[in-house]
Design a protein around this ligand. Sequence first.
Ligand SMILES: [Fe+2]
Length: 355
Amino acid sequence: MYRNFKIVPNIIFGRGCFNQLGDILQPRRTSVDSTMVFVLDDVFKGKPLEGRLPVEGKDIILHVNVDDEPKTQYIDQLVAQIQKTMPVKPSGIIGIGGGATMDIAKAISLLLNNPGSAADYQGWDLIKNPAVYHAAVPTLSGTGAEISRTTVLTGPEKKLGINSDYTLYDQIVLDPELIAGVPKEQWFYTGMDCYIHDIESLEGTYLNEFSKAYGEKSLELCRQVFLEDHPEKDDKLMMASYFGGMSIAYSQVGACHALSYGLAFVLGTHHGIGCSITFDYLEDVYPEGVREFRRMMEKHDITLPRNLTKDLTPEQMDTMANVALGLVPLWENCFGKDWQDIMTKERVLELYRKM
Ligand SMILES: [Fe+2]
């Protein structure tokens, strides 16, 4: 069976296209009561970008904190806050920030139309009702959150996305000017998330020509950004992120992402840096990819944190391994149907002990 998958229907790309956001939202303002919620990463609080938001009437700016990876509890709290402060359900949710902020905005738009807690929907296709209209404006590139059908959340029991066709954005605004000036390490680690998407997709057993076409182009763009220092690197990284996301949408990520999820669940490690830490120990699995990744690190003078797991209890190590091994499609993409013979729990623990 082939998956009939949905993609983001409206995309605007180009330097300065963020200025058109007001016009893009206008048709959604169907009555005098229509309001928008701008979900803004709180690093932009009081910054020029906040002043450029096309806020009208009773719209609100919801500052969100992404120091920690988004939690289901946090989503529930934000949804309750919107319901309490806005008499009429908002006509649109606009996420402005990196992957975590974009994921928070997606989750809010879903939960406004689906009862209960975000934790009830962690899994595949559990969402029953379409989301409130939602749009994204990435200010960091690499995660592919702008194009993915998931919103990755840490719940009480697991780190798992709300995967559904309704999760996908209705509109994305890709303005490369907005990703200039990101702190170097954040820029690098988020970009490596994209690079790793490409490697895991291209080296995986789920690969097909569709995913390959997007993955190869994304990889080429990543090389221009991280090895050649191309003058148009912001435009290129923005497209690499989109193409990398499209590549994994029809294939899957692999061992590195599975292991990074375990690390994030127990230690709260952020996605980009968590993937980078993990990838560095996977030379046996992705030899050429890991070597090139190290060249990129060297070029940008990046030093990975080490000894993250040294103080963990055996129980915590066990939880970490279980979270990672629970991500069956990722392992299957990486090693094929017999992946359990190759990636045993002992091998997973051994890898984590090294980190
Ligand atoms: Fe990723």
